[in-house]
Design a binder for this molecule. Sequence first.
Ligand SMILES: [Fe+2]
Length: 180
Amino acid sequence: MAVIQIRNTGEVIKGEAEVRAFLESQEVLYEYWNPEKLPEALQNECHLNDENKEQVLATFDEEIRSLAERRGYKNWDVIALNEDTPDLDALLKKFEQVHTHTEDEVRAITAGSGTFVIKGEETGYFDVNLSPGDVISVPVNIPHFFTLSEERQVVAVRLFIDAEGWVAHKFDDPDFQKAN
Ligand SMILES: [Fe+2]
């Protein structure tokens, strides 16, 4: 279950009801897809070949199609990052810049972990620490970035309306609060 930390107050929000209520107040979609539905060999496995990625999509086909239908997503894929990913450090550096998109950014974490840092209108930046099963959608035009946690590996299903909409627009923010 996601755990949230508000950067400028240090407040931590955890527990299903609290997390859901906070994210709802920020218009961030939150869902939970049971990661135990995955074949055992793929549970918390972040080194995936193409066939494994298809297995992940097949496992969550119902959840993916339901979400896509509700919110107009047309395409989906699976991304896996781990210590064998070429140029992982450079990639993370690129990720860790505040930016916006002209469509939602949807990620379902199926293995590993990661953090979305999102700018709330009144709360300022908050971290959403995601573990397997957590599904979030960062709303269109909301400044954010994604980073890995200490384990530095993740598998995520991504859903798009149009891959073009997922182009990052850099957001230079003097109010950005770095993590303590
Ligand atoms: Fe993004």
